[in-house]
Design a protein around this ligand. Structure first.
Ligand SMILES: Cc1cc2nc3c(=O)[nH]c(=O)nc-3n(C[C@H](O)[C@H](O)[C@H](O)COP(=O)(O)OP(=O)(O)OC[C@H]3O[C@@H](n4cnc5c(N)ncnc54)[C@H](O)[C@@H]3O)c2cc1C
Length: 468
């Protein structure tokens, strides 16, 4: 419970806002990307800067208040919100500072990747970000960060140079290769378990114009198209980051010329490199079939990074499943396509990401808390629907689909794509690294203050639980 008598002094200590149930701003702030998540925090601290974050952490600790951290509220499992506790909301912290000479960007945690890349584009630079622009820099980077330059420049966290972290004690620490390197290791994959990052500094890259788009095949030709893509994709240079996206064109959007409305298998992504080389590398993909439509164009990276945003607008009801694949076998492809023909919702999107041998897999496995860089394909079933009365049917379909995929899945998951908070998923995400992370948690957050997340329990508490 939040002691009412302590609130005036706490409120006076903030530059940002303290929001309570019944206020319009509170209702807005508790709405996140996934409409399935309907939580009612006791209060939301909309922080204006690092001093507010420190004040909120200290206040919550003194009064023993359950706390969650909200960046842009994209996490599909809804970990940014808690019931009855305090949400430390970073979404108003939107500073971006670009250093075009050193090719770095310092970014606050309320910023989205579309915003970062908008500012970088003015200098012909880009940060990999995610495959959509609306995701937040914070959660995406701290969990991994797979995006359209993953094969050329690695994950978002591989490009993190340093971070300012407010610890569970309310202290501000710098984490980098030379300052608190153990913390720097842990925040690159360990999510929000070790503290609240109030500033990220990234290495960014030249990316004036890129070649980006998709070739679109009707689902009926998906079998052959995916088999072609698997062979093609295995040999493309790492300038190309490509995915398979199975989706149904939303009714409100014009269907590209040549394509009938209905389910689509889209193959493609972004080429970051000399454009003539990209044209050459893309030719087999663009000629195969031929496709019913081809949306490839030269565009700024900032446009490429947002080209798939329309598939995941805010406010859909969502339930996700995800795992790395052992391989993209014929059986795996056929199961994906077969299940998609029976999806209860046309808003559902299934993605097979190909990372393969590339910049991301050359990073040594133990260099960061993020791992599983040996698996070339990542499967993400993003089941989305618009009407809450369809929730049961969509969740049932997703679980059946997942059961059928089991023979093809590696025991390895990407923490940011977990659709629920579950121990099995956390273990699949961290594997053998879990023990090292638990020891680090014991050092930086022994009371598990940061617990409303994909939680790594402090090693001390694990020992206590075992003894009980
Ligand atoms: C439509 C959609 C598309 C996506 N696409 C991609 C993609 O292409 N690539 C990819 O890698 N992931 C993708 N994701 C997953 C995404 O990485 C995670 O959902 C991530 O958690 C989003 O970050 P956020 O800050 O917006 O999340 P929030 O929901 O605001 O936060 C989630 C959690 O992250 C932690 N966190 C966030 N910010 C901080 C901070 N500053 N300090 C400490 N902890 C923090 C906290 O534990 C917080 O509760 C996608 C998700 C969605 C819904």
């Amino acid at each position: 419970m939040i002691p009412q008598s302590a609130l005036p002094e706490f409120r006076a200590s903030l530059r940002g806002q303290l929001l309570f149930p019944g206020e319009a701003a509170y209702e807005e702030a508790r709405k996140i990307h996934n409409a399935m998540i309907d939580r009612h925090p006791a209060t939301i601290v909309r922080c204006a800067g690092v001093a507010d974050v420190i004040a909120a952490v200290k206040f919550a600790r003194i009064h023993g208040i359950l706390t969650s951290i909200r960046g842009t509220g994209h996490n599909v499992a809804g970990i940014s919100l808690c019931d009855d506790g305090m949400v430390i909301d970073l979404s108003a912290m939107k500073g971006i500072h670009v250093d075009p000479v050193k090719r770095t960007a310092r970014v606050e945690p309320g910023v989205t990747w579309a915003e970062v890349n908008h500012d970088l584009q003015a200098f012909g630079l880009a940060a990999t970000g995610g495959f959509v622009g609306t995701t937040g820099v914070g959660g995406l980077t701290l969990g991994g960060g797979l995006g359209w330059m993953v094969r050329k420049h690695g994950c978002a966290l591989d490009n993190l140079l340093c971070a300012d972290v407010v610890t569970a004690e309310g202290e501000l620490l710098r984490a980098s290769a030379t300052e608190n390197p153990d913390l720097f290791w842990g925040i690159r994959g360990g999510g929000g378990n070790f503290g609240i990052v109030t500033s990220f500094k990234f290495q960014v890259h030249p990316a004036g114009k890129v070649l980006a788009g998709f070739v679109l095949h009707p689902l009926s030709k998906g079998r052959e198209a995916m088999r072609f893509w698997r062979k093609y994709e295995a040999a493309v240079p790492e300038e190309m980051s490509n995915n398979v996206i199975v989706f149904t064109a939303p009714a409100e959007l014009p269907v590209p010329d040549g394509l009938q409305p209905g389910a689509i298998v889209a193959l493609g992504g972004v080429w970051v490199g000399p454009l003539e080389d990209g044209e050459r590398a893309l030719r087999p993909l663009r000629e195969y079939g031929p496709p019913a439509a081809d949306t490839y164009q030269t565009m700024p990276y900032s446009a490429a990074q947002t080209m798939a945003d329309f598939l995941w607008p805010k406010g859909l009801y969502s339930y996700w499943k995800s795992s790395f694949l052992k391989s993209l076998s014929d059986g795996a492809m056929d199961t994906i396509l077969d299940f998609y023909t029976r999806t209860p919702s046309p808003r559902t999107v299934v993605v097979v990401e190909h990372d393969g041998d590339s910049a991301w897999s050359r990073v040594p496995e133990d260099a960061t808390a993020f791992g599983h860089r040996n698996w070339p394909y990542n499967l993400v079933v993003t089941t989305n629907w618009t009407d809450p009365k369809d929730s049961e049917a969509n969740i049932r379909w997703t679980r059946k689909f997942w059961e059928a995929m089991k023979p093809f899945l590696a025991e390895a998951a990407y923490v940011n794509y977990l659709g629920e908070v579950d121990e099995e998923g956390i273990r699949a995400a961290y594997g053998k690294k879990y023990e090292r992370l638990a020891a680090l948690k014991e050092k930086y957050d022994p009371t598990n203050f940061f617990c409303t997340n994909q939680n790594i329990r402090p090693s001390g508490s694990a020992r206590t639980a075992a003894a009980d």
